[in-house]
Design a protein around this ligand. Structure first.
Ligand code: MRU
Length: 353
């Protein structure tokens, strides 16, 4: 297992004509390899193939990707704006569920209206500033989520999490994992069980790696063991991230989260979602409208290369599911905790009403 003191999931190198460097997460935990993105197709492929993944990190990669898509010379601001729109439309096709991607692309799209100018270089610099702000804001949101979560869960010592909502999925520190890191930083001895997270093993490959780097007591289980582990009384609370949260608090996250929520209710264990305000999609009244990404059959039939199913078998591979709001004990955001998850409380904690 490779070790690093500081994980920098994504970084932008240079000015508006620079390039994006990201950790290639498909190679972890075996190898820590950085991927340089100097053209828009490389960024698109990196998002689609989960070299960069996790809702906030996809948004940040999308914002920097836009900069790469507008690096040619333009003889007018209107020509630049046309290419900006094209680039945003293209990157929006890379993955459908995490709303942070669309949120970040929309901020890039709006930048010319917020910084009106006739100068191409000035507009490119304004777009760079927006992308850097998106990155920096995420860093701050993650740390704030950790503080709120550690306050809320001050008396919980044993957790379960699913997929990876850590530093690798964000600018830094993560959402669900930020809660654990912050508990640990406060000197608390916590224990975290991690679902391996079929089929792409983000839990086994990435979350255990991050937690162990931080010195947290970490135990890996297969997804199918969660019920037994709960029944044995080993879990006091479940904390996961989210990819898109509707107005009423229904939350999409990695496939298997909804199963955990149902199991948690049966065993009387609270399930918390930790997510920044950029993960809320207030245009959707509830989770029914959240688009669920369907991924390639090979992720199941040829897990990491070797065939594990008969050729020609029918496969259904939804990458996310939606946990209804009434299965969620609370949502931890950077603006505070949404207790009793419903539309009024979502809007009030987000400061919309
Ligand atoms: O398919 P992935 O690996 O991008 O899925 C990621 C998740 O489901 C995370 O839990 C979610 O994006 C929250 S990341 C802070």
């Amino acid at each position: 297992m490779v070790e690093t003191n500081k994980i920098e999931t994504l970084r932008w190198v240079g000015g508006f004509d620079g390039h994006l460097v990201m950790i290639d997460q498909t190679q972890l935990p075996g190898e820590l390899i950085e991927l340089e993105c100097r053209d828009i197709d490389t960024v698109f492929e990196a998002i689609q193939m989960l070299r960069v993944r996790g809702a906030p990190a996809i948004g940040i990669a999308g914002a920097y990707g836009v900069l790469i898509g507008i690096q040619s010379d333009f003889d007018s601001v209107s020509a630049l704006k046309i290419q900006l729109a094209r680039t945003c439309d293209y990157l929006a096709e890379s993955r459908p569920t995490a709303v942070n991607l669309f949120w970040a692309l929309n901020r890039m799209r709006r930048t010319p209206d917020e910084f009106p100018t006739d100068d191409v270089i000035e507009l490119k610099n304004a777009l760079l500033k927006t992308a850097v702000e998106i990155h920096e804001e995420d860093r701050q949101m993650c740390h704030a989520i950790g503080q709120h979560g550690a306050d809320l869960l001050a008396n919980v010592d044993s957790f379960l999490t699913h997929c990876n909502a850590g530093g690798l999925a964000t600018a830094e520190y993560g959402t669900a994992l930020s809660v654990f890191f912050t508990c640990h930083d406060r000197g608390r001895k916590i224990k975290v069980y991690v679902d391996e997270t079929r089929p792409l093993l983000q839990g086994a490959r990435l979350t255990t790696w991050e937690l162990m780097q931080h010195g947290i007591d970490t135990t890996l289980i297969c997804d199918s063991m969660a019920a037994q582990v709960m029944r044995e009384g080993r879990i006091e609370a479940i904390v996961t991230g989210a990819d898109r949260i509707a107005r009423n608090g229904d939350a999409a996250n990695k496939i298997g989260t909804y199963s955990l929520a149902v199991l948690a209710r049966h065993h009387g264990i609270p399930l918390y979602i930790a997510a920044p305000s950029s993960t809320f999609d207030l245009s959707l009244p509830d989770g029914d409208g959240i688009p669920i990404e369907e991924r390639r059959a090979e992720e199941i039939t040829h897990g990491f290369g070797r065939p594990t199913a008969p050729e020609g078998v029918h496969v259904y591979n939804p990458a996310f599911d939606v946990t209804p709001s009434d299965y969620i004990e609370a949502i931890i955001t950077e603006r505070g905790v949404i207790h009793e998850v419903n539309e009024d409380n979502v809007l009030s904690v987000l400061g919309i009403c």
